[in-house]
Design a protein around this ligand. Sequence first.
Ligand SMILES: Cc1cc2nc3c(=O)[nH]c(=O)nc-3n(C[C@H](O)[C@H](O)[C@H](O)COP(=O)(O)OP(=O)(O)OC[C@H]3O[C@@H](n4cnc5c(N)ncnc54)[C@H](O)[C@@H]3O)c2cc1C
Length: 379
Amino acid sequence: MVGLRFDLRDTPPGSATLRAELRAFLAEQGKDWGPMERGYSWMGFDRAFSREVGKRGWIGMTWPEAYGGAGRTALERYVVLEEMLAVGAPVGAHWIGDRQSGPLILRLGTEEQRREFIPRIVSGELAFAIGLSEPDSGSDLASLRTRAEKVPGGWKVNGRKVWTTNAHRCDFAITLLRTSPAPDPRAKHQGLSQFLIDLRASGLTIRPILDLVGEEGFNELTFDDVFVPDSLVVGEIGKGWEQATAELAIERAGPERYLSSLPLLTAALEDLRAEPAAAEMVGRLIARAGTLRQMSLAVAGMLQDGQTPAREAALVKDVGNDFEQALPERLRDLLMPGRTPPEVLEMQRIMTMVGRSYSLRGGTREILRGIIARQLGLR
Ligand SMILES: Cc1cc2nc3c(=O)[nH]c(=O)nc-3n(C[C@H](O)[C@H](O)[C@H](O)COP(=O)(O)OP(=O)(O)OC[C@H]3O[C@@H](n4cnc5c(N)ncnc54)[C@H](O)[C@@H]3O)c2cc1C
């Protein structure tokens, strides 16, 4: 395909041992996970589980040992991610810190921030949320209006954020805020900056929002003169747009963009043996998962080589979201009340509803296709 590269990669030699350790660990930890936990996949939040993951060195695996990281490769980390996703482990308390807040702090944070935050992310102690979207700024993120004004010793924040996943359970959010007015509407990407915000700061109100399943998955955040010290500015004032878009490329790159529904297929397989019409559909789904895995591994390989595969990541997310949304829909035709175990039916029901969000979170389908088209020179 013109301008796109998906070089075949494989998980590293020796990963079979790591995989076996993970499977034993997850079998033990997951004994009591029900359809809700598995159906919620990487939005599920369980601090005790995340601390156990941290103890085994599976958070911040690729980060420098000086900050508590394990100095391992991106492809070894990939093995950990896919094993966790394949069983629907409730990874939400460490997922965002491991995936994007930690890497951002390592890359652009001050030495003080690295020493303060990184070891606590690695141990599974600190949970991060993402503070980008606002009531009138989603896809058009640069139009955001929540502002930080300079005051002695720090910044005063006023405005609102919305859809902030798990903010009511997290410790910090990396937020994108306006620190100076855009010189004109076409230059709205200027004047934005990133801040680490303590989610227990005075003046900050967090209101959970019920989702379709009836869970408090995300929130609305209202900032009323919230003070943020200078020590919690991330990177450079005014460079927030460049910083946040690099972060988004990483956010879109992982196997969570196609594996969210896979636990349902695994859970349903035994039941589907009794359904003659299932073989062809299951075969198709597994073939799609295999192709997506190769594409996703290629992206992980490019990250490991120090590249920024923004368009390849956007493509995997777009095609992957189709797959993870289609899976519960396809299985609905094959599962049968009375024959299929109730917990599998319940997981299918939850994933059908949660699945609506897959092609919104992290960038909508239309936005991703716009990125791909632009990067291929088609628009
Ligand atoms: C489950 C879930 C979790 C989320 N978690 C977080 C979080 O933790 N932190 C956070 O900051 N945000 C989060 N979000 C918000 C998410 O990033 C936004 O929903 C997303 O960016 C879309 O923005 P919007 O909802 O304002 O929709 P809009 O931007 O208003 O889009 C509405 C529709 O118009 C289309 N559209 C918009 N612009 C264009 C265009 N230029 N061309 C073509 N079509 C267009 C979109 O594709 C979409 O179909 C989450 C969302 C979900 C569903």
